[in-house]
Design a protein around this ligand. Structure first.
Ligand code: AMP
Ligand code: MG
Length: 383
């Protein structure tokens, strides 16, 4: 076990001193977790194969699940990728710096340890000023997956990075809650047609406005089988814990992004998604919550303000052991921002069952539902 230095931005010794120390750690092959606009990243020098190996070890990540290389200057793109298509520059012009990752053909100099053995590389230019300054201090190229133990929800606040990686990394730079809350959109530009491998804040419509044509990885739209609501842990849940590939990995389509085949974003509790209108979802929710109460199962819900009011109308008893309200703003936006944090908080509270209402799978909703379905291991109940 090594000691992990936990710096909070705003506290002494001040940002410049922290960045200088972090840059030195990274240049010497160490690991630093840092905030980006999407989620916290676990960074190492992208051109140092030993650093990349350390990232996999710290996360317990399967070695065929490649990392994203973060840059802080567009001109550095050519040091990571070759045969860069015009589309990449168009996308960079429109969305960089920002929450978009592009898959391109890698340069020979980039170690295959960083790209999970692939001849392609995922590159992103984040917009978070601190992330940019850190990448610069590290020499310009930081390989960074999300800063969580493999399979767990991506951390959107520093304390959950510390919880997962304390003693496994050299430093954590903590800047509180991140701005967006979901990982970057990943678009593959190595084939004839651009393809979205992971949905995010840069939506299909936004990409289409630049590229004209873009498709979705068919694996993203694949229907998963909803296992029964059995209080016993199903095999599916057991797989969640072991980080084994999800069912979709065995289907004919198979995901294009290597990491997308692994179970992800799983809290310790069981996540159940209800799909349907407010009335039907409320009815079913109350039924399940009553059942949980009778069985002594600790339950949690994520609800819009409207749903919460509807369910509380005329009721004195507590609705669930933990209630997370999405507030009055747009549900999809709020869910994108808060989902991972809520899942982690449910774990802190010992919640065994988590109920969520599905959002529409369009625009940002596609990204939210992608993460939610993975967290739920396919448990969607259509009402
Ligand atoms: P994370 O940062 O933890 O969200 O993980 C990075 C994601 O980027 C993983 O899901 C990878 O599968 C994906 N990725 C990284 N490099 C590539 C690549 N060369 N081709 C396809 N997907 C990639
Ligand atoms: Mg991740």
């Amino acid at each position: 076990m090594k000691e992990t230095i936990w710096w909070k931005i705003g506290d002494p010794p001040g940002q410049d001193a922290i960045l200088k120390q972090a840059g030195e750690i990274l240049q010497n092959g160490g690991l630093v977790a840092f905030p980006t606009e999407t989620v916290y990243g676990l960074g190492g020098d992208a051109f140092n194969p030993a650093s990349s190996k350390r990232i996999y070890a710290a996360k317990g990540r399967p070695s065929d699940n490649p990392l994203i290389v973060h840059i802080c200057r567009l001109s550095d793109l050519e040091k990571t990728a070759v045969s860069i298509p015009k589309d990449a520059y168009r996308l960079a012009e429109a969305f960089w710096p920002g929450p978009l990752t592009m898959i391109l053909k890698k340069t020979a100099a980039l170690p295959s340890e960083t790209t999970g053995g692939l001849d392609t590389v995922a590159v992103r230019f984040p917009s978070h000023p601190l992330a940019q300054a850190l990448i610069d201090a590290a020499g310009g190229f930081v390989a960074a997956p999300s800063a969580n133990t493999s399979g767990r929800p991506s951390p959107t606040v520093g304390k959950y990075v510390y919880e997962d990686l304390c003693g496994r990394i050299d430093m954590l730079i903590d800047d509180g809650q991140v701005g967006l809350g979901l990982e970057s959109t990943i678009v593959d530009l190595t084939e004839d047609h651009p393809m979205i491998l992971r949905p995010g804040f840069i939506t299909e419509t936004m990409l289409r406005s630049v590229l004209g044509d873009v498709s979705l990885d068919p694996a993203l739209l694949e229907k998963q089988k909803a296992p029964d609501l059995d209080p016993q842990k199903t095999q599916d849940q057991a797989d969640l814990k072991s980080g084994m590939p999800a069912h979709s990995a065995h289907t004919h389509t198979g995901p294009k992004a290597p990491g997308m085949k692994y179970k992800h974003y799983a809290p310790k509790g069981e996540v159940i998604i209800f799909e349907g209108d407010e009335e039907k979802v409320s009815e079913r929710l109350l039924y399940e919550l009553q059942k949980d109460q009778k069985n002594g199962t600790r339950s949690g819900v994520i609800l819009s303000e409207r749903m919460l009011e509807r369910l509380q109308r005329g009721k004195k008893e507590t609705l669930a052991d933990s209630v997370k309200c999405l507030g009055s703003s747009d549900d999809t936006q709020a869910m994108a921002h808060m989902l991972f944090r809520f899942l982690r908080e449910f774990d802190d509270e010992g919640i065994q069952r988590i109920y969520v209402r599905a959002v529409a799978q369009e625009g940002l909703g596609l990204a939210v539902m992608n993460r939610l379905k993975k967290a739920a291991g396919g448990r969607i109940i259509s009402l």
